[in-house]
Ligand binder design. Structure first.
Ligand code: KIV
Ligand code: NA
Length: 275
């Protein structure tokens, strides 16, 4: 079944949860799409997982387009949502619409995601008015790492919790079709989920969200630079890959790879003429 912003919205309030996973290339998009995930996020976490940066600050619109287009070619049924990177929307409403438009046209996304609440509502509503669906992102918003002074749980004080609830209402009002909450106490995420009528997708936001998202390399056990508390490794693909590479090297050295079945033949008569 093809997932759209409409089908995801309809899942809220039913007993079906929304599954989201990041992917950054065609092969991985195909694997997760064929597995039946509802939505693929081309996250600016590609700054960490693909490009090896320590944060998402350096990621560009061109980086996002490059990976989004590859994912879009591999995703048949999942809705592709692509992150707007740092400084592609914060600077002005105009920049936000132009860059969201590029991500849709060149990156072939089905929606964009951006970080921020009330402060970003003018951008959200302008992008939505341009017929581009927007997913909001609240709580720990990694593009604000330098303002936060580190990665930590958000919304723990009364003031911060109230602000998060107000931000959630504001992004819904501005037209966001969905909302990601990152690193938020479970009971606060539950209140937000009950307060808004758009679906909430949690990452480190507990069990009561309408859906969950994890970074591909985190849930596959491929990325070990930093493993947050909220990550569950559903497989140890990193070890499987290391084992495969080691076996490959060993077989090259032992002369058992390539085997006869991996080689191409030529007529002996032709070969004789070459000596
Ligand atoms: O960039 C990303 O992968 C994200 C998710 C962690 C929500 O924004
Ligand atoms: Na992101």
């Amino acid at each position: 079944m093809k997932n759209t912003t409409a089908t995801l919205r309809q899942m809220k309030g039913t007993d079906k949860k929304i599954s989201m996973i990041t992917a950054y290339d065609y092969t991985m998009a195909k694997i997760v799409d064929e597995s039946g995930v509802n939505t693929i996020l081309v996250g600016d976490s590609l700054g960490n997982t693909i490009l090896g940066y320590e944060d998402t600050i350096s990621v560009t619109v061109d980086d996002m387009i490059h990976h989004s287009a590859a994912v879009a070619r591999g995703a048949k049924n999942a809705l592709v949502i692509t992150d707007m990177p740092f400084m592609s929307y914060q600077t002005s409403v105009y920049d936000a619409v132009v860059n969201a438009g590029r991500i849709m046209k060149e990156g072939r996304a089905g929606a964009v995601k951006l970080e921020g609440g009330q402060d970003m509502c003018p951008q959200i509503s302008a992008i939505v008015k341009a017929s581009i669906p927007v997913c909001a992102h609240l709580g720990l918003t990694p593009q604000s790492i330098n303002a936060f002074g580190g990665f930590k749980v958000q919304g723990k004080t009364e003031a911060a919790a109230k602000k998060l609830i107000e931000d959630a209402k504001a992004v819904e009002e501005a037209g966001a079709f969905m909302l990601v909450m990152e690193c938020v106490p479970e009971k606060l995420a539950k209140i937000v989920t009950e307060t808004v009528s758009i679906p909430t997708i949690g990452i480190g936001a507990g069990r009561y969200c309408d859906g969950q998202v994890l970074v591909n390399q985190d849930m596959f056990g491929m990325y070990s630079d930093f493993v947050p508390k909220f990550v569950k490794q559903f497989a140890n693909v990193g070890d499987v890959m290391r084992g495969a590479v080691k076996a490959y090297i060993d077989e090259i050295n032992a002369g058992t790879f390539p085997g006869p079945e991996h080689t191409y033949k030529i007529d002996d008569e032709v070969i004789e003429k070459l000596y």
